[in-house]
Design a protein around this ligand. Structure first.
Ligand SMILES: C[S@@+](CC[C@H](N)C(=O)[O-])C[C@H]1O[C@@H](n2cnc3c(N)ncnc32)[C@H](O)[C@@H]1O
Length: 167
C-alpha cells in the first residue's frame, strides 16, 4: 500500500495487547476498509496489470476480424506507477475504481463525518464507471462501528450514462 512504499498513509491499527471488544471491532473495520481499498484500486496486483492493445497495425484486418469473432484479445503487461495510482491519476486497466486509495480515504472521511454528525439523507455517485467507489461507500455504511449511530442506513444511489468510458 502507498504508506509502506511511497508515502500514502493507510489506516494503521495501533498495537494494543488487551483491546476491548469494541476496539477489536473498530480495528477489524479499519483493516477491512483498508483491504477493500487495496482490492478496488487493484493495488494488490498493480505490478502485473495487463492493458488491452488495439489490433490495428499489428495484424491484417482479416486476422483482426477473426480474433474479434473468437473473443481473442491482445494484452500488454504494464506495471502501475504507485504514486499515480495512489492519487487516482492513472487509468487502471482492471481496477474497479480509478480514484485511487487516497481519494477513497477522503471518501471515507466524508461519509464518517456525515455519520458522526447525524446528517440525514442519502448518498449518490453520479458517474460510477466500474462501481468501485460506490462499493466502497456501501462498505463504509455497513461498518457497524461507523454506522451504529445512524437511525436508518442511507440509500446509495448510483448513476451512470449508458455510453460509458472505454475499459
Ligand atoms: C471519471 S469517471 C468516474 C470514476 C468513478 N467515480 C470511479 O470510482 O472510478 C466518470 C464517469 O461518469 C460517467 N458520466 C459522465 N457523464 C455522465 C452523466 N451526464 N451522467 C451520468 N454519468 C456520467 C462516465 O461514463 C464515467 O463512468
Amino acid at each position: 500500500m502507498p504508506g509502506e512504499t511511497n508515502g500514502h498513509v493507510s489506516h494503521r491499527v495501533p498495537k494494543d495487547r488487551h483491546p476491548t471488544p469494541e476496539k477489536r471491532m473498530d480495528n477489524a473495520a479499519m483493516l477491512y476498509l483498508d483491504l477493500l481499498k487495496r482490492c478496488l484500486t487493484n493495488w494488490l496486483y498493480g505490478n502485473v496489470e495487463e492493458a488491452k492493445v488495439r489490433f490495428e497495425g499489428l495484424m491484417s484486418p482479416e486476422a483482426a476480424l477473426f480474433c474479434r469473432s473468437q473473443g481473442i484479445r491482445l494484452l500488454q503487461r504494464r506495471s502501475y506507477e504507485p504514486r499515480l495510482r495512489s492519487e487516482g491519476r492513472d487509468w487502471p486497466p482492471t481496477a474497479h475504481t480509478m480514484i485511487g486509495p487516497r481519494r477513497l480515504d477522503n471518501l471515507q472521511f466524508c461519509i464518517e463525518d456525515v455519520l458522526a454528525h447525524h446528517i440525514p439523507g442519502d448518498l449518490i455517485e453520479t458517474g460510477v464507471w466500474r462501481g468501485g467507489a460506490t462499493i466502497f461507500m456501501r462498505a463504509v455504511l455497513k461498518c457497524p462501528v461507523l454506522a451504529a449511530p445512524v437511525c436508518e442506513p442511507a440509500l446509495l444511489i448510483l448513476c451512470q450514462v449508458r455510453r460509458t468510458l472505454t475499459g
